[in-house]
Design a protein around this ligand. Structure first.
Ligand code: PEP
Ligand code: MG
Length: 381
């Protein structure tokens, strides 16, 4: 268990009295959720469900689902995944004891789930030479064709986020049902669960509209089945520039926004988030082309402008719209100050950064209020 000294705990409770920003944590398993609570997180701001699919026991079932030839085959695979997902969520809800939990529906680059193309090719070639009439060869050839169809040059700009939900709605339906069954279980145990279901990588309001309806329908179905009523939100990540620029339309379909500043930084600068930091970005910073690494500290002039625009447009449509941030920046001091300034409701960061975020949020309030008092005093003079 984490150890914070008594003095530090006291300091943090003072900080909590001052800060306006909520502080949540990014967590996708019960242990991290527990840690988040111990560090003082008010909820989970991002539960990335793709990590749950990466489990060694589940990858074969996920592959079975993606590579299925028929709808029925896909349903069989999904029905195996559903109880596992339900258990994932039950554990997290239990750890969070009624605190809000933002669950993001699946957002992987698809290739992470596929068998390795090169290895398959070697196997096919071998079989062609040694066993050309075999059933095994036909199966492997089919698999290779399928993998090639799904293969992409730029997976991070490709078939991920809600685009996956649009082409495989059954996956999102399965996840939504697992969430609702887990709420029902929680209610039985006296835990009042209010999940915030989040759709990733939305760029057009129609994507959100469709995915939201899918979630709502799943909710109705499980409500009828269990005889319970669920209290939940459906919202969206704002993580591509188009979403920020059309946030007024997107807000019509969203109960909340969460800014994914990792992807938003990538797509605003056009820098690959997987490559830039290890490559040219270092020399950019050394040579003062950029003063800071924009993946670490929010670029306030560009990416930040999109965040600010998103908040303003969203709240123009829905006054008081709940907004948060769940990119890495949510745990960085200067970015947190910016989040306070543009009026976000909360930041979400790794559990270990929660104490820092609580302090930084309080500092931001105090600094802001001091500035206001100074300008009021100057105006009176
Ligand atoms: C983001 O893009 O900022 C985000 C939180 O999502 P992920 O890092 O999982 O893409
Ligand atoms: Mg993202």
């Amino acid at each position: 268990a984490p150890q914070l000294s008594e003095e530090f705990q006291l300091l943090l409770t003072w900080a909590d009295q001052e800060r306006k920003l909520g502080v949540r944590a990014n967590a996708d398993n019960p242990d991290d959720a527990q840690k988040a609570v111990e560090f003082g997180a008010g909820g989970i701001g991002l539960c990335r469900t793709e990590h749950m699919f990466m489990d060694a026991n589940r990858i074969p079932i996920v592959q079975e689902m993606i590579l299925a030839e028929t709808y029925e085959q896909r349903e069989v695979a999904l029905s195996k995944l559903l109880p596992m997902q339900q258990e994932d969520f039950e554990g997290i809800f239990e750890a969070m004891q009624g605190r809000p939990v933002t669950i993001r529906l699946l957002d992987p680059p698809l290739h992470e789930f596929l068998p390795d193309k090169e290895e398959l090719l070697v196997e096919v070639t071998k079989l062609q030479l040694t066993n050309p009439d075999s059933e095994e060869l036909r199966e492997k050839e089919y698999l290779l064709r399928k993998v090639r169809q799904l293969d992409e040059f730029n997976p991070m700009l490709g078939h991920r986020g809600c685009r996956l939900g649009m082409t495989y709605p059954e996956i999102y339906v399965m996840q939504a049902k697992a969430i609702f069954y887990a709420i029902a279980k929680g209610l039985d145990k006296g835990i009042d669960v209010k999940p915030e279901i989040m759709i990733p990588l939305v760029g057009h309001v129609n994507e959100l509209k469709e995915m939201r309806q899918l979630v709502i329908n799943a909710g109705v179905q499980v409500e009828e089945e269990t005889g319970k009523t669920f209290d939940y939100l459906v919202g969206t990540m704002i993580e591509v520039p188009r979403a920020a620029l059309t946030a007024d339309q997107i807000a019509e379909e969203a109960d909340f926004f969460s800014f994914g500043t990792n992807d938003l930084t990538q797509s605003t600068f056009g820098y690959s988030r997987d490559d830039a930091e290890g490559k040219f970005l270092q020399s950019y910073i050394e040579n003062k082309v950029l003063l800071e690494n924009p993946f670490a500290s929010l670029d306030q002039e560009g990416v930040g402008k999109l965040v600010e625009t998103g908040v303003k447009l969203g709240r123009g449509t829905k006054p008081g719209l709940k907004t948060g941030i769940c990119g890495e920046h949510g745990g960085e001091k200067h970015s947190i100050e910016f989040c306070h300034k543009v009026g976000l409701d909360y930041v979400s960061c790794s559990p270990y950064r929660v104490p820092l975020a609580r302090l930084a949020a309080a500092q931001a309030t105090i600094k802001h209020e001091l500035k206001q008092s100074v300008s009021e005093l100057q105006a009176q003079k």
